[in-house]
Design a protein around this ligand. Structure first.
Ligand code: DOR
Ligand code: ZN
Length: 441
Protein backbone atom coordinates (compact mmCIF):
# COMPACT_ATOMS: atom_id res chain seq x y z
CA UNK A 1 0.00 0.00 0.00
CA UNK A 2 1.55 3.31 -1.01
CA UNK A 3 0.75 6.56 0.76
CA UNK A 4 -1.87 8.93 -0.65
CA UNK A 5 -1.98 12.69 -0.58
CA UNK A 6 -4.16 15.40 -2.08
CA UNK A 7 -1.16 16.97 -3.77
CA UNK A 8 2.48 16.09 -4.34
CA UNK A 9 5.04 18.67 -5.43
CA UNK A 10 7.68 16.52 -7.05
CA UNK A 11 11.41 16.84 -7.52
CA UNK A 12 11.80 20.54 -6.88
CA UNK A 13 14.81 21.98 -5.10
CA UNK A 14 13.10 22.82 -1.83
CA UNK A 15 14.14 25.57 0.57
CA UNK A 16 13.79 23.60 3.80
CA UNK A 17 14.62 25.28 7.13
CA UNK A 18 17.91 23.35 7.21
CA UNK A 19 18.98 23.93 3.63
CA UNK A 20 18.26 23.32 -0.04
CA UNK A 21 17.27 19.72 -0.85
CA UNK A 22 15.77 18.11 -3.89
CA UNK A 23 12.73 16.34 -2.51
CA UNK A 24 9.01 15.73 -2.97
CA UNK A 25 6.40 17.23 -0.66
CA UNK A 26 3.11 15.55 0.28
CA UNK A 27 0.10 17.72 1.11
CA UNK A 28 -3.21 16.76 2.67
CA UNK A 29 -6.13 19.00 3.75
CA UNK A 30 -4.16 22.14 2.94
CA UNK A 31 -1.19 21.24 5.14
CA UNK A 32 2.23 19.77 4.56
CA UNK A 33 2.24 16.21 5.90
CA UNK A 34 5.48 14.71 4.60
CA UNK A 35 8.80 15.52 2.97
CA UNK A 36 10.77 12.95 1.01
CA UNK A 37 7.62 11.42 -0.43
CA UNK A 38 8.37 8.38 -2.61
CA UNK A 39 7.73 8.24 -6.35
CA UNK A 40 5.11 5.53 -5.80
CA UNK A 41 2.94 7.69 -3.53
CA UNK A 42 -0.44 8.56 -5.01
CA UNK A 43 -2.21 11.90 -5.34
CA UNK A 44 -4.93 13.26 -7.64
CA UNK A 45 -2.77 16.34 -8.27
CA UNK A 46 0.96 16.26 -8.96
CA UNK A 47 3.10 19.28 -9.71
CA UNK A 48 6.33 18.50 -11.52
CA UNK A 49 8.83 20.99 -10.13
CA UNK A 50 12.07 19.63 -11.59
CA UNK A 51 14.35 22.55 -12.39
CA UNK A 52 12.38 24.93 -10.16
CA UNK A 53 13.03 26.04 -6.60
CA UNK A 54 10.19 25.47 -4.15
CA UNK A 55 10.08 28.12 -1.43
CA UNK A 56 7.70 28.44 1.50
CA UNK A 57 4.84 30.77 0.57
CA UNK A 58 6.43 34.22 0.63
CA UNK A 59 4.95 36.98 2.79
CA UNK A 60 4.92 40.75 2.30
CA UNK A 61 4.40 42.00 5.84
CA UNK A 62 4.00 45.64 4.76
CA UNK A 63 1.32 46.66 2.25
CA UNK A 64 -1.29 49.41 2.02
CA UNK A 65 -4.26 47.98 0.11
CA UNK A 66 -6.40 51.15 0.51
CA UNK A 67 -9.61 49.28 1.28
CA UNK A 68 -11.85 51.00 2.23
CA UNK A 69 -10.69 53.90 0.10
CA UNK A 70 -10.45 54.43 -3.61
CA UNK A 71 -10.91 51.18 -5.56
CA UNK A 72 -9.66 52.87 -8.73
CA UNK A 73 -6.26 53.00 -7.01
CA UNK A 74 -6.28 49.66 -5.14
CA UNK A 75 -8.54 47.36 -3.13
CA UNK A 76 -8.23 44.09 -1.26
CA UNK A 77 -9.32 41.98 -4.28
CA UNK A 78 -6.96 43.72 -6.71
CA UNK A 79 -4.05 44.00 -4.26
CA UNK A 80 -4.21 40.34 -3.26
CA UNK A 81 -4.36 39.29 -6.93
CA UNK A 82 -1.25 41.40 -7.48
CA UNK A 83 0.31 39.62 -4.51
CA UNK A 84 -0.33 36.16 -5.99
CA UNK A 85 1.03 37.27 -9.37
CA UNK A 86 4.09 38.55 -7.56
CA UNK A 87 4.73 35.20 -5.88
CA UNK A 88 3.28 35.95 -2.43
CA UNK A 89 0.81 33.86 -0.46
CA UNK A 90 0.16 36.33 2.37
CA UNK A 91 0.21 40.09 2.90
CA UNK A 92 -0.14 42.08 6.11
CA UNK A 93 -2.18 45.21 5.48
CA UNK A 94 -1.67 48.62 7.07
CA UNK A 95 -4.50 50.54 8.79
CA UNK A 96 -4.25 53.99 7.15
CA UNK A 97 -7.27 53.43 4.95
CA UNK A 98 -10.20 55.85 4.58
CA UNK A 99 -11.60 55.43 7.19
CA UNK A 100 -8.69 53.92 9.13
CA UNK A 101 -8.82 50.61 11.02
CA UNK A 102 -8.66 51.90 14.59
CA UNK A 103 -11.63 50.41 16.44
CA UNK A 104 -13.48 47.15 17.02
CA UNK A 105 -16.19 47.96 14.50
CA UNK A 106 -13.85 48.63 11.58
CA UNK A 107 -11.69 45.68 12.52
CA UNK A 108 -14.72 43.38 12.53
CA UNK A 109 -15.79 44.74 9.15
CA UNK A 110 -12.36 44.11 7.69
CA UNK A 111 -12.11 40.62 9.18
CA UNK A 112 -15.48 39.64 7.68
CA UNK A 113 -14.74 41.28 4.33
CA UNK A 114 -11.34 39.65 3.80
CA UNK A 115 -12.72 36.13 3.79
CA UNK A 116 -14.53 36.22 0.46
CA UNK A 117 -12.69 39.16 -1.11
CA UNK A 118 -8.99 38.33 -0.66
CA UNK A 119 -7.09 36.11 -3.10
CA UNK A 120 -4.23 35.44 -0.68
CA UNK A 121 -4.06 35.16 3.09
CA UNK A 122 -3.94 38.37 5.08
CA UNK A 123 -2.85 39.85 8.35
CA UNK A 124 -4.30 43.13 9.63
CA UNK A 125 -2.57 45.96 11.48
CA UNK A 126 -4.69 48.05 13.84
CA UNK A 127 -3.71 51.72 13.99
CA UNK A 128 -2.95 53.39 17.31
CA UNK A 129 -4.62 56.73 18.08
CA UNK A 130 -4.71 58.94 21.16
CA UNK A 131 -8.22 57.66 21.85
CA UNK A 132 -7.98 53.90 21.39
CA UNK A 133 -5.12 53.02 23.75
CA UNK A 134 -7.25 51.10 26.30
CA UNK A 135 -8.86 49.10 23.48
CA UNK A 136 -5.44 48.25 22.00
CA UNK A 137 -4.51 46.64 25.31
CA UNK A 138 -7.22 44.02 24.76
CA UNK A 139 -6.49 43.25 21.10
CA UNK A 140 -6.59 39.55 20.49
CA UNK A 141 -4.14 37.79 18.23
CA UNK A 142 -6.69 35.47 16.64
CA UNK A 143 -8.62 36.50 13.53
CA UNK A 144 -5.79 38.06 11.63
CA UNK A 145 -4.42 40.85 13.82
CA UNK A 146 -0.66 40.79 13.27
CA UNK A 147 0.32 43.93 15.17
CA UNK A 148 -0.45 47.49 16.21
CA UNK A 149 0.83 50.21 13.87
CA UNK A 150 2.10 53.50 15.23
CA UNK A 151 2.86 56.37 12.89
CA UNK A 152 5.33 58.37 15.01
CA UNK A 153 5.59 60.82 12.11
CA UNK A 154 2.92 61.97 9.69
CA UNK A 155 2.65 60.23 6.34
CA UNK A 156 -0.35 59.29 4.16
CA UNK A 157 -3.58 59.61 6.21
CA UNK A 158 -3.92 61.24 9.61
CA UNK A 159 -2.73 58.54 12.00
CA UNK A 160 -0.07 60.12 14.20
CA UNK A 161 1.32 59.81 17.73
CA UNK A 162 4.39 62.00 17.91
CA UNK A 163 5.03 62.75 21.60
CA UNK A 164 6.98 60.60 24.06
CA UNK A 165 4.28 60.66 26.76
CA UNK A 166 1.59 59.22 24.47
CA UNK A 167 4.01 56.79 22.81
CA UNK A 168 4.91 55.49 26.28
CA UNK A 169 1.22 55.10 27.10
CA UNK A 170 0.74 52.97 24.00
CA UNK A 171 3.78 50.86 24.93
CA UNK A 172 2.48 50.32 28.46
CA UNK A 173 -0.93 49.12 27.26
CA UNK A 174 -1.16 45.47 26.28
CA UNK A 175 1.39 43.06 24.86
CA UNK A 176 1.00 42.73 21.11
CA UNK A 177 3.88 43.59 18.82
CA UNK A 178 3.97 47.30 17.86
CA UNK A 179 5.26 48.25 14.40
CA UNK A 180 6.62 51.80 14.16
CA UNK A 181 6.98 54.27 11.35
CA UNK A 182 9.99 55.98 12.90
CA UNK A 183 10.75 59.55 11.91
CA UNK A 184 10.82 62.58 14.23
CA UNK A 185 7.70 64.65 13.64
CA UNK A 186 9.04 67.76 15.39
CA UNK A 187 12.14 67.89 13.19
CA UNK A 188 9.95 67.41 10.11
CA UNK A 189 7.79 70.39 11.09
CA UNK A 190 10.81 72.56 11.89
CA UNK A 191 12.59 71.83 8.63
CA UNK A 192 9.58 72.18 6.36
CA UNK A 193 10.14 75.97 6.22
CA UNK A 194 13.60 75.45 4.71
CA UNK A 195 12.05 74.34 1.43
CA UNK A 196 9.67 76.04 -0.97
CA UNK A 197 6.68 74.41 -2.59
CA UNK A 198 7.37 73.29 -6.15
CA UNK A 199 11.06 72.53 -5.58
CA UNK A 200 12.47 69.38 -7.24
CA UNK A 201 11.22 66.05 -5.89
CA UNK A 202 14.75 65.25 -4.69
CA UNK A 203 14.20 67.82 -1.90
CA UNK A 204 12.02 65.19 -0.25
CA UNK A 205 15.15 63.35 0.93
CA UNK A 206 16.71 66.57 2.24
CA UNK A 207 13.61 67.50 4.20
CA UNK A 208 13.10 64.02 5.68
CA UNK A 209 16.86 63.74 6.21
CA UNK A 210 18.81 60.89 7.87
CA UNK A 211 18.81 62.70 11.22
CA UNK A 212 14.98 62.84 11.11
CA UNK A 213 14.86 59.04 10.92
CA UNK A 214 17.72 58.45 13.36
CA UNK A 215 16.28 60.83 15.96
CA UNK A 216 12.89 59.10 15.73
CA UNK A 217 14.54 55.72 16.19
CA UNK A 218 16.65 56.87 19.18
CA UNK A 219 13.53 58.19 20.90
CA UNK A 220 11.54 55.02 20.23
CA UNK A 221 14.33 52.72 21.39
CA UNK A 222 14.71 54.69 24.62
CA UNK A 223 10.97 54.38 25.26
CA UNK A 224 10.91 50.69 24.34
CA UNK A 225 13.71 50.06 26.83
CA UNK A 226 12.01 52.11 29.52
CA UNK A 227 8.68 50.33 29.11
CA UNK A 228 10.05 46.90 28.17
CA UNK A 229 7.67 46.69 25.20
CA UNK A 230 9.08 44.87 22.16
CA UNK A 231 9.14 46.91 18.95
CA UNK A 232 9.25 46.24 15.25
CA UNK A 233 10.82 49.09 13.26
CA UNK A 234 9.48 49.14 9.74
CA UNK A 235 11.41 50.55 6.79
CA UNK A 236 14.69 51.38 8.55
CA UNK A 237 16.59 53.42 5.98
CA UNK A 238 19.74 55.12 7.26
CA UNK A 239 23.33 54.02 7.84
CA UNK A 240 23.17 55.67 11.29
CA UNK A 241 20.14 53.61 12.36
CA UNK A 242 21.67 50.33 11.16
CA UNK A 243 24.86 51.05 13.12
CA UNK A 244 22.83 51.95 16.22
CA UNK A 245 20.31 49.10 16.21
CA UNK A 246 22.83 46.31 16.76
CA UNK A 247 22.65 47.17 20.47
CA UNK A 248 18.82 46.93 20.54
CA UNK A 249 18.17 43.49 19.12
CA UNK A 250 16.81 42.34 22.47
CA UNK A 251 13.93 44.81 22.16
CA UNK A 252 13.36 45.35 18.44
CA UNK A 253 13.13 43.60 15.13
CA UNK A 254 14.03 45.38 11.90
CA UNK A 255 12.39 45.62 8.49
CA UNK A 256 14.05 46.98 5.36
CA UNK A 257 12.20 47.78 2.14
CA UNK A 258 13.16 46.41 -1.23
CA UNK A 259 13.06 50.01 -2.48
CA UNK A 260 15.77 51.05 -0.03
CA UNK A 261 17.89 48.13 -1.27
CA UNK A 262 17.31 48.87 -4.96
CA UNK A 263 16.92 52.61 -5.66
CA UNK A 264 19.75 55.08 -5.14
CA UNK A 265 19.49 58.87 -4.78
CA UNK A 266 19.98 61.26 -6.50
CA UNK A 267 19.69 59.12 -9.65
CA UNK A 268 16.23 57.78 -8.71
CA UNK A 269 14.78 61.30 -8.37
CA UNK A 270 16.23 62.31 -11.73
CA UNK A 271 14.77 59.25 -13.46
CA UNK A 272 11.47 58.97 -11.64
CA UNK A 273 10.53 62.37 -10.22
CA UNK A 274 7.45 61.97 -8.05
CA UNK A 275 7.57 58.21 -8.63
CA UNK A 276 10.60 58.14 -6.32
CA UNK A 277 8.85 60.00 -3.49
CA UNK A 278 8.06 57.90 -0.43
CA UNK A 279 8.44 58.02 3.36
CA UNK A 280 11.05 57.47 4.60
CA UNK A 281 12.74 58.70 1.43
CA UNK A 282 14.98 56.90 -1.01
CA UNK A 283 18.55 57.84 -0.08
CA UNK A 284 22.13 58.03 -1.31
CA UNK A 285 24.47 55.10 -1.94
CA UNK A 286 26.01 55.05 1.54
CA UNK A 287 22.60 54.24 3.05
CA UNK A 288 21.83 51.61 0.41
CA UNK A 289 25.21 49.99 1.10
CA UNK A 290 24.55 50.09 4.86
CA UNK A 291 21.17 48.42 4.29
CA UNK A 292 22.86 45.59 2.38
CA UNK A 293 25.49 45.25 5.09
CA UNK A 294 22.67 45.00 7.66
CA UNK A 295 21.04 42.27 5.54
CA UNK A 296 24.33 40.37 5.39
CA UNK A 297 25.05 40.83 9.11
CA UNK A 298 21.66 39.40 10.07
CA UNK A 299 20.47 42.67 11.61
CA UNK A 300 17.47 42.68 9.29
CA UNK A 301 14.56 40.36 10.09
CA UNK A 302 12.30 40.97 7.13
CA UNK A 303 12.05 42.71 3.78
CA UNK A 304 8.76 44.26 2.71
CA UNK A 305 7.49 46.31 -0.20
CA UNK A 306 5.55 49.08 1.59
CA UNK A 307 3.22 48.80 -1.40
CA UNK A 308 1.57 52.25 -1.30
CA UNK A 309 -0.43 52.93 -4.45
CA UNK A 310 -1.63 56.43 -5.35
CA UNK A 311 -3.41 57.76 -8.43
CA UNK A 312 -1.27 59.30 -11.15
CA UNK A 313 -3.08 62.60 -10.45
CA UNK A 314 -2.05 62.50 -6.77
CA UNK A 315 1.53 61.72 -7.79
CA UNK A 316 1.59 64.54 -10.34
CA UNK A 317 1.05 67.26 -7.73
CA UNK A 318 4.10 69.46 -7.11
CA UNK A 319 6.35 68.70 -4.16
CA UNK A 320 5.54 68.53 -1.26
CA UNK A 321 1.86 67.96 -2.08
CA UNK A 322 2.72 64.93 -4.21
CA UNK A 323 1.43 61.72 -2.62
CA UNK A 324 4.26 59.81 -0.93
CA UNK A 325 4.37 56.08 -1.58
CA UNK A 326 5.25 53.58 -4.29
CA UNK A 327 3.57 50.42 -5.50
CA UNK A 328 5.50 47.19 -4.98
CA UNK A 329 3.52 44.13 -3.91
CA UNK A 330 3.80 42.54 -7.36
CA UNK A 331 7.50 43.33 -7.81
CA UNK A 332 8.94 42.51 -4.37
CA UNK A 333 9.79 38.88 -5.14
CA UNK A 334 11.06 39.45 -8.71
CA UNK A 335 13.37 42.24 -7.48
CA UNK A 336 14.67 40.18 -4.57
CA UNK A 337 15.27 37.21 -6.92
CA UNK A 338 17.19 39.56 -9.20
CA UNK A 339 19.32 40.57 -6.20
CA UNK A 340 19.96 36.84 -5.60
CA UNK A 341 20.97 36.52 -9.26
CA UNK A 342 23.48 39.35 -8.79
CA UNK A 343 24.95 37.65 -5.74
CA UNK A 344 23.78 40.24 -3.19
CA UNK A 345 22.11 37.61 -0.99
CA UNK A 346 21.58 33.88 -1.09
CA UNK A 347 18.27 32.24 -1.94
CA UNK A 348 18.07 30.92 1.64
CA UNK A 349 18.54 34.44 3.03
CA UNK A 350 15.74 35.60 0.74
CA UNK A 351 13.50 32.91 2.23
CA UNK A 352 14.56 33.99 5.72
CA UNK A 353 13.62 37.62 4.97
CA UNK A 354 10.37 36.94 3.10
CA UNK A 355 8.98 33.89 4.91
CA UNK A 356 10.62 32.68 8.13
CA UNK A 357 11.44 36.25 9.24
CA UNK A 358 7.98 37.78 9.01
CA UNK A 359 6.44 34.60 10.48
CA UNK A 360 8.78 34.84 13.49
CA UNK A 361 8.47 38.62 13.98
CA UNK A 362 4.67 38.51 14.12
CA UNK A 363 4.21 34.95 15.41
CA UNK A 364 2.22 33.73 12.39
CA UNK A 365 0.80 30.26 13.00
CA UNK A 366 1.69 27.62 10.39
CA UNK A 367 3.44 30.01 8.00
CA UNK A 368 6.98 30.64 6.80
CA UNK A 369 8.48 27.12 6.73
CA UNK A 370 8.32 24.03 4.60
CA UNK A 371 7.81 21.56 7.42
CA UNK A 372 5.26 18.95 8.48
CA UNK A 373 2.12 20.51 9.94
CA UNK A 374 2.65 23.90 8.33
CA UNK A 375 0.23 25.36 5.78
CA UNK A 376 0.87 24.08 2.25
CA UNK A 377 1.79 27.54 0.95
CA UNK A 378 4.50 27.54 -1.69
CA UNK A 379 6.16 29.94 -4.08
CA UNK A 380 7.77 28.12 -7.03
CA UNK A 381 10.48 30.16 -8.70
CA UNK A 382 12.48 29.84 -11.90
CA UNK A 383 15.86 31.34 -11.03
CA UNK A 384 16.88 31.55 -14.69
CA UNK A 385 13.79 33.24 -16.14
CA UNK A 386 14.44 36.72 -17.53
CA UNK A 387 11.37 38.97 -17.54
CA UNK A 388 10.54 42.62 -17.98
CA UNK A 389 8.57 44.49 -15.33
CA UNK A 390 5.98 46.66 -17.08
CA UNK A 391 3.21 49.04 -16.04
CA UNK A 392 0.77 47.17 -18.29
CA UNK A 393 1.27 43.93 -16.34
CA UNK A 394 0.45 45.43 -12.96
CA UNK A 395 -2.79 44.19 -11.41
CA UNK A 396 -3.00 47.25 -9.15
CA UNK A 397 -5.54 49.59 -10.81
CA UNK A 398 -3.46 52.78 -10.46
CA UNK A 399 -1.40 51.16 -13.20
CA UNK A 400 2.23 52.15 -12.53
CA UNK A 401 5.38 50.73 -11.01
CA UNK A 402 8.60 52.64 -10.39
CA UNK A 403 10.38 49.64 -11.95
CA UNK A 404 8.64 49.88 -15.34
CA UNK A 405 11.03 48.72 -18.07
CA UNK A 406 13.46 46.90 -15.76
CA UNK A 407 14.53 43.38 -16.76
CA UNK A 408 15.07 40.95 -13.90
CA UNK A 409 16.47 37.43 -13.69
CA UNK A 410 14.40 35.12 -11.50
CA UNK A 411 10.60 34.93 -11.54
CA UNK A 412 7.83 33.39 -9.43
CA UNK A 413 6.05 30.96 -11.77
CA UNK A 414 3.52 29.45 -9.37
CA UNK A 415 1.94 30.10 -6.00
CA UNK A 416 0.19 27.38 -4.03
CA UNK A 417 -2.17 28.57 -1.30
CA UNK A 418 -3.05 25.98 1.38
CA UNK A 419 -2.72 23.11 -1.05
CA UNK A 420 -4.31 24.60 -4.16
CA UNK A 421 -2.62 26.28 -7.10
CA UNK A 422 -3.58 29.97 -6.89
CA UNK A 423 -1.31 31.41 -9.61
CA UNK A 424 0.39 29.71 -12.53
CA UNK A 425 2.40 31.36 -15.32
CA UNK A 426 1.27 34.91 -14.53
CA UNK A 427 -2.39 33.94 -14.25
CA UNK A 428 -4.52 33.91 -11.10
CA UNK A 429 -6.63 30.74 -10.91
CA UNK A 430 -10.01 30.42 -9.26
CA UNK A 431 -12.05 32.45 -6.80
CA UNK A 432 -10.76 34.43 -3.82
CA UNK A 433 -9.74 31.88 -1.18
CA UNK A 434 -7.74 34.09 1.14
CA UNK A 435 -8.14 33.71 4.87
CA UNK A 436 -7.03 35.60 7.93
CA UNK A 437 -3.64 34.48 9.19
CA UNK A 438 -3.64 33.37 12.83
CA UNK A 439 -1.03 34.76 15.22
CA UNK A 440 0.31 33.53 18.53
CA UNK A 441 -0.62 36.05 21.22
O1 DOR B 1 5.59 56.46 1.45
C1 DOR B 1 4.73 56.08 2.24
N1 DOR B 1 3.49 55.81 1.84
N2 DOR B 1 5.05 55.96 3.52
C2 DOR B 1 4.13 55.73 4.47
O2 DOR B 1 4.46 55.73 5.63
C3 DOR B 1 2.71 55.57 4.11
C4 DOR B 1 2.55 55.18 2.70
C5 DOR B 1 1.15 55.37 2.18
O3 DOR B 1 0.21 54.87 2.82
O4 DOR B 1 0.98 56.02 1.16
ZN1 ZN C 1 3.97 51.71 4.95
Amino acid sequence: MSETYDLIIENGICALPWGLEETSIGVRDGRIVALGVSASARAPTRIEARGLHVLPGLIDAHVHLRDPGDASVESIPTGTRAALLGGLTAVFDMPNTAPPVVDAERLAWKQAYIEGAAYCDMGIYVGATRENIPALANLEAGRGVCAIKVFAASSTGDLLIEDDATLARVMRAGRRRIAYHSEDEYRLRERRALFAAGEPYARHAEWRDPETAFLGTRRLMALARETGRPAHLVHVSTAEEFAYLGAFRDITTVEVLVNHLTQVAPDCYERLGAYAVMNPPLREARHVEAAWRAVRDGLVDSVGSDHAPHSRAAKARPWPETAAGLTGVQTLVPLMLDHVHHGRLSLLRLVDLLAAGPARVFGAVGKGRIAAGYDADFTLVDLGARRRIENAKMATPCGWTPFDGMTVTGWPVMTVLRGEVAMRDDEVLGAPRGRLVRFFS
